[in-house]
Design a protein around this ligand. Structure first.
Ligand SMILES: O=C(O)CCC(=O)C(=O)O
Length: 269
């Protein structure tokens, strides 16, 4: 299960047990309304710098592609918001409660409009390659989300297993092409979140999402990844990282790979 808590103090125990913890209402409704409006205005006006997931011309994700590393686009309002929130004290305090002194590695924004495909089950540290420790995600719900509009699914406890080898994903369900296999007997938990909730989860936790089957409900999310300051390397795509004061820091470049590394590309996931 995913423990839902409303005060950050209880986060550590739930995180250690399940690898995932949901904090209720970390951002206010006016903050998420601003995020929603500014990011949607940006993608509808200009998404030439969004990430190219090579979806077809008639795929709704072609009009609403995800932004990767928007915090580096300080010439845009979305960039300034992403950077401010990536270093926001409320989020960073929880991150450091869970993994100790940390560095911010990545920002992303997903629009996931009605009919958009989801993202097949995966583990984030297969992409970040942060070693010797792993990464932590802070997944901010920008809309209320549930099974209908493709909220995240998580496998509680899977943070204790090794990075798994990839297999082909179902391209009717996922815009990404590979997935980790999930044993029959584990629970795949469907999250339900309110806008402003933040889901914190471990870099080895198996997670992903199914398509947005609603007719009129976007499922927008702003996502950050952090690594412990004790990390010695990370995939070059994530360098430079930021301290909580906003200073840039470099880590050595991890060679993509590992025992299942052949299919891995050093880039966003
Ligand atoms: O938001 C989603 O559907 C998937 C996001 C995700 O898996 C991630 O941020 O690693």
């Amino acid at each position: 299960m995913t423990t839902i808590i409303s005060a950050p103090e209880g986060a550590r125990g739930a995180y250690e047990q399940n690898g995932v913890v949901q904090l209720r209402g970390l951002l206010s409704s006016s903050e998420v309304a601003e995020i929603r409006e500014v990011f949607t205005a940006q993608v509808e006006a200009d998404h030439t710098w969004a990430h190219d997931d090579h979806v077809g011309a008639d795929d709704v994700l072609n009009r609403y592609p995800r932004f990767v590393h928007p915090h580096r686009r300080l010439d845009t309002e979305v960039g300034r918001i992403a950077r401010r929130l990536m270093l926001d004290q409320r989020i960073f305090d929880v991150v450091e409660q869970l993994i100790g002194p940390a560095l911010a590695a990545q920002s992303m924004f997903y629009f996931k409009p009605p009919a958009a495909r989801g993202q097949a089950l995966h583990q984030d540290n297969a992409f970040l390659q942060a070693h010797p420790e792993t990464c932590l995600a802070a997944w901010i719900a920008v809309d209320d989300c549930d099974a209908e509009n493709g909220a995240l699914k998580v496998v509680p406890g899977s943070h204790r297993i090794q990075i798994l080898c990839l297999e082909p994903a179902d391209s009717d369900l996922s815009f990404t092409r590979e997935q980790v296999p999930v044993p029959e007997d584990v629970e795949v938990h469907q999250t339900r979140m309110r806008a402003g909730d933040v889901l914190f989860f471990h870099g080895s936790l198996v997670h992903g999402s199914l398509p947005n089957t609603s007719t009129d409900r976007f499922r927008r999310s702003l996502i950050f990844h952090y690594v412990p300051q004790a990390s010695r390397e990370i995939a070059a795509f994530y360098d430079p990282l930021l301290t909580r004061d906003g200073d840039e820091v470099s880590l050595a470049a991890a060679a993509a790979g590992g025992s299942c590394g052949e299919g891995w590309v050093s880039g966003p996931h």
